[in-house]
Design a protein around this ligand. Structure first.
Ligand code: IPD
Length: 278
């Protein structure tokens, strides 16, 4: 059967690689002017804005009727609406804090949804020069090599990824540490943070970590990499163990359901304001 969206996916791969190599990597050689958004630790740079504009412009020329959810466009006041229409969900730099500090995990993330279902996901890890791709029903790949989640079934033999996010509300921070303490004390082999949700999820897809959980990230951090996880054989769920909801800002991505559910039992859940809140 012809693949309706292959051409769009090829475009996403070219755009993400081009932006990552020519704009993000170049910018890392220069001084980066840092601005803030919702708080003093929610960072943005001109490079985030430039990459998002470049990708959106190139897509608009090819697909003028398609819609967009872009991190920096939403920050600038555009609505964050996931409809049935073909929608490009873009995080121009996932790992902006890493980018600002030169911590070497920075990704350009492009997801594409139709009827609210992710059709393809592209995550380009700019400094590692790794191109992660997934097409619905056709598997996950890194630089063209197929990916498979870990076969581990014992949570005690697992490495778990999570993040601390950018919410510094003491109650939220206490919740993060309480969950972290519970997960470590299972006990697991270790806990890791790449500093980007998309790369954490690609690590689950690659079989390097068994699960990743977080609350507070956004649809643009998750969209592309969510398909990488499921197409590599993994599962997605809510942090309380229910069905995953792309707009809820909560996720567990795991190699299998039993490890995901085990992690869910240890998380002190809270409900961030949804991405589609009016
Ligand atoms: C952030 C990263 C980080 C996660 C935050 C995200 P950004 O995305 O994915 O790992 O902890 O919740 O907001 O702002 O660098 O695109």
């Amino acid at each position: 059967m012809a693949d309706l969206w292959q051409d769009a996916m090829d475009h996403a791969v070219t755009a993400a690689r081009g932006a990552g190599r020519q704009v993000v990597r170049e910018a890392l050689r220069e001084d980066r002017k840092v601005m803030t958004k919702s708080s003093s630790v929610d960072l943005v740079t001109q490079t985030d804005q430039k990459v998002e504009q470049l990708i959106i412009q190139s897509v608009k020329e090819k697909y003028p009727t398609h819609r967009f959810i872009g991190e920096e466009s939403v920050a600038a006041g555009e609505p964050c609406v996931l409809s049935d229409e073909p929608t490009w969900i873009i995080d121009p730099i996932d790992g902006t804090t890493n980018f600002v500090h030169g911590f070497p995990f920075v990704a350009v993330s492009v997801g594409f949804s139709v009827n609210r279902q992710i059709e393809f996901g592209v995550v380009y890890s700019c400094l590692e020069d790794k191109m992660f791709t997934a097409r619905r029903g056709r598997g996950s790949f890194c630089n063209g090599q197929p990916l498979q989640v870990s076969a581990q079934t014992d949570v005690g033999q697992s490495v778990i990824a999570t993040e601390f996010g950018s919410n510094r509300d003491p109650e939220v921070v206490d919740g993060i540490f309480s969950s972290l303490r519970n997960v470590l004390a299972i006990p697991v082999h270790g806990v890791r943070s790449a500093g980007t949700a998309a790369i954490n999820m690609c690590l689950v897809a690659s079989g390097c970590v068994e699960a990743y959980y977080e609350m507070g990230m956004h649809v643009w951090d998750l969209a592309a990499a969510s398909l990488l996880v499921t197409e590599a054989g993994g599962v997605l769920m809510d942090v309380e163990g229910g069905p995953f909801d792309l707009m809820s800002r909560r996720v567990i991505a795991a190699n299998n359901r039993s490890i995901g559910q085990r992690i869910a039992r240890e998380i002190r859940a809270y409900a961030p304001v949804r991405d589609d809140a009016p």
